[in-house]
Design a protein around this ligand. Structure first.
Ligand code: NI
Length: 175
């Protein structure tokens, strides 16, 4: 296990489309996930996608049991999601602040579907199927975007709501 360097916006590897995982339960997949969890924890993040450590595979992790920076309502089950598929439920969109470990020190307001259904597989190939709303739905949409080479600033509608955290007064941290 090791903490891996997180690629930053501007690195072309963050703009690639990721490939599906073909085999589950392998030592290589386990090693990748161990590194991803260690890297996410070290960076105090709420989610991480494999491309952020330079691995172009459809693998994301997200969630946390206890994160003192986020309110209780933001709790998300610790999840490994592989080869995910997502669709909106309804047509409601909401805007909220997001950050990204690949865009360090910055925040921006991003529109996301309010409610989504997502599915995929865990590290052993067990099927996962869930509906999510609010912060949970937002984190999943953010992480899955990484698999398509999309960073949150590319989703923004109003760049006046984008900037350095240290320069902002009252921004609620997300993701
Ligand atoms: Ni991100």
């Amino acid at each position: 296990m090791s903490v891996r360097p997180i690629l930053k916006m501007g690195d072309p590897r963050l703009l690639r489309k990721s490939m599906p995982v073909r085999e589950f339960g392998t030592p290589e997949l386990k090693a990748l996930l161990d590194d991803m969890f260690e890297t996410m924890t070290a960076a105090d993040g709420a989610g991480l996608a494999a491309p952020q450590i330079g691995v172009p595979l459809k693998v994301v992790i997200f969630g946390f049991e206890n994160n003192r920076d986020l309110p209780e309502t933001h709790a998300i089950p610790k999840t490994v999601l592989i080869n995910p598929v997502i669709r909106p439920v309804g047509d409601m969109v909401e805007e909220a602040w997001e950050g990204c470990l690949s865009v360090p020190g910055m925040r921006g307001v991003v529109p996301r579907w309010s409610k989504v259904h997502y599915e995929g597989f865990d590290q052993n190939g067990q099927h996962i199927s869930r509906e999510a709303t609010g912060f949970h739905a937002r984190v999943v949409q953010h992480e899955l975007d990484h698999l398509e080479g999309i960073l949150y600033p590319m989703r923004m509608r109003d760049l006046s709501l984008f900037g350095f955290i240290e320069a902002m007064d009252t921004v609620e941290p997300e993701e």
